[in-house]
Write a protein that binds this ligand. Structure first.
Ligand code: NAD
Length: 497
């Protein structure tokens, strides 16, 4: 295979895409305020401690707006507003009215899709192709799907029960799919009649704040959704708040553990969607070219900032060289650059801190004996970028095989027998997702039932649908989002009299 780790050579001229005409999406559709306040009780309020912080375009490193830094008193105010709305206007809103409001949110998201997509790429660094074709349509799809459930909840749980809302829900989300994670959280909570305090990630608050306009236009009563931006302190205050009935958290396993401790003290219900180190198993009877595309989609979608990224590729030994050669060739054709360019495959790394972590883990992998292969086409000279990278010669004891990189870095390992594939696939503490490629249907079932993962994709990867529950096990958390199962966390079931 083409191992260029010893002395990286520039790609051949034909492979550098020299002369590829840029096709940047215009940003004129987005109107940015200089400064954003907190959205509490149906009004914009300055943060109680009077502090704002810059949100930065990761493709340039330049600030694009200031975001309010919420703190404990703001969380108190937001929880109080959510409680008042829960007992007042939202309780008086019938299930079918809720359904109509959710449907309107979905339609308004579709109407303003381009604006949301451009803002998402500007603030988070993901390629416009992905925010346009994945994040925003899927966010709308989650509201459409849950609009359908809002007036059918009693039937969702098998009859003989009433599904009651849990109350005030605290929702804390990460930066990798900012709008989509907000939709995954808000849509089921609202469908079931709960009110919400949402805490976006500090580097990517803008699309949640733009969503306020959509929620208002859709007719959502004041106080039903409150948005408190800020850092980990604001999230911690929300997680520990005694007035919150349920916490839904998506983020790192480390923070998830601290939230579990906090909710143990309050008794709030909890769901955790945490990190992953997902195995992607390629058997020797897999259709190679399709499986290569699956591996590409598995690790390089959204720069690898994906909780369920197929970051550990397990290839059957007899095809390992041929497969890796094709994968390296395909990797060399990925275009890294301006997230707003419609040609871009790999955009910017979300923050300087994340780039430093990716860089460090790659250096550790080399020091432990893995071989680095990466594209050498020039990266943009400003902003935070990292080339698509493959490590070969990886052993299950290497840190690159165990720890979540959360970047465009793939660890390739080999196996001889299906049993060995399962043993290697299950050799991390995580259990979020996995993939299997084979032409043998029975082998798909054999493999899937042995993989310790919440989601297993067969002959595809990174497929999401609001009707399909998503979630992990072990260090990847518990609870499901999407599907009927995703509603469980947002209802209390009472026997129908
Ligand atoms: P993170 O845990 O650092 O932060 C997530 C959110 O928690 C942010 O809003 C942050 O401000 C907040 N937070 C930080 N410290 C907190 C504290 N002590 N108490 C309460 N809230 C706190 O994670 P991240 O770096 O933003 O996101 C990346 C991680 O998220 C990765 O591990 C990834 O795998 C995971 N993730 C999981 C899923 C899933 O569905 N399982 C989806 C997306 C991302």
């Amino acid at each position: 295979m083409n191992d260029r780790s010893a002395e990286p050579e520039p790609l051949a001229a034909a492979q550098t895409f020299a002369g590829y005409a840029p096709a940047p999406e215009s940003t004129s559709i987005v109107t940015l305020a200089d400064r954003y306040d907190l959205w509490i009780g149906g009004e914009w309020r300055p943060p109680s401690e009077g502090r704002w912080f810059p949100t930065v375009n990761p493709a340039s490193g330049e600030p694009i707006a200031e975001i309010a830094e919420g703190s404990a008193p703001d969380i108190d105010a937001a929880v109080a507003a959510a409680r008042a709305a829960f007992d007042g206007p939202w309780a008086a809103t019938s299930p079918s009215q809720r359904s109509r409001i959710l449907f309107r949110i979905a339609r308004l998201l579709q109407e303003r899709a381009r604006e949301f997509a451009v803002l998402e790429s500007l603030d988070g660094g993901k390629p416009i192709r992905e925010s346009r074709d994945v994040d925003v349509p899927l966010a709308a799809a989650h509201f459409f799907y849950h609009a359908g459930w809002a007036d059918k909840l009693d039937w969702a749980f098998g009859g003989g029960v009433h599904a009651r809302p849990v109350g005030v829900v605290g929702q804390i989300i990460p930066w990798n799919f900012p709008l989509l994670m907000a939709a995954w959280k808000l849509a089921p909570a609202l469908a079931a009649g709960n009110t919400v305090v949402l805490k976006p990630a500090e580097t990517t608050s803008l699309t949640a704040l733009l969503l306020v306009e959509v929620l208002r236009e859709a007719g959502l009563p004041a106080g039903v959704v409150n948005i408190v931006t800020g850092g980990g302190d604001a999230g911690a205050a929300l997680a520990a708040h005694p007035g919150v009935d349920k916490i839904a958290f998506t983020g790192s396993t480390e923070v998830g553990r601290s939230i579990r401790r906090a909710t143990a003290a309050t008794g709030a219900r909890l769901t955790l969607e945490l990190g992953g180190k997902s195995a992607h198993v390629i058997y020797d009877d897999a259709p190679l070219d399709q499986a290569v595309e699956g591996a590409v989609q598995g690790i390089w979608f959204n720069q690898g900032h994906v909780c369920c990224a197929g970051s550990r590729l397990l290839v059957q030994e007899s095809i390992a060289d041929a497969f890796t050669e094709r994968l390296v060739a395909r990797m060399q054709r990925l275009r890294v650059g301006d997230p707003l360019d419609k040609n871009t495959d790999i955009g910017a790394i979300n923050s300087g801190a994340q780039l430093a972590r990716i860089t460090e883990l790659c250096e550790i992998a080399e020091s432990e004996g893995a071989r680095r292969v990466q594209t050498t086409a020039a990266l943009p000279d400003r902003g935070w970028f990292f080339p698509p990278t493959i490590f070969t010669g990886v052993d299950t004891s290497h840190r690159i095989a165990v720890e979540e990189v959360f970047g465009p870095v793939l660890a390739v390992m080999t196996f001889r027998t299906p049993q060995e594939a399962i043993a290697k696939a299950n050799s991390t503490p995580y259990g979020l997702a996995a993939g299997v490629w084979t032409s043998d249907g029975a082998r798909i079932l054999w493999t899937a039932e042995r993989l310790r993962a919440g989601v297993v994709w067969a002959n595809t990867y990174n497929q999401f649908d609001p009707a399909s529950p998503f979630g992990g096990m072990r260090a990847s958390g518990f609870g499901r989002e999407g599907g009927r199962q995703g509603l469980d966390a947002y209802v209390n079931l009472e026997a129908a009299s």
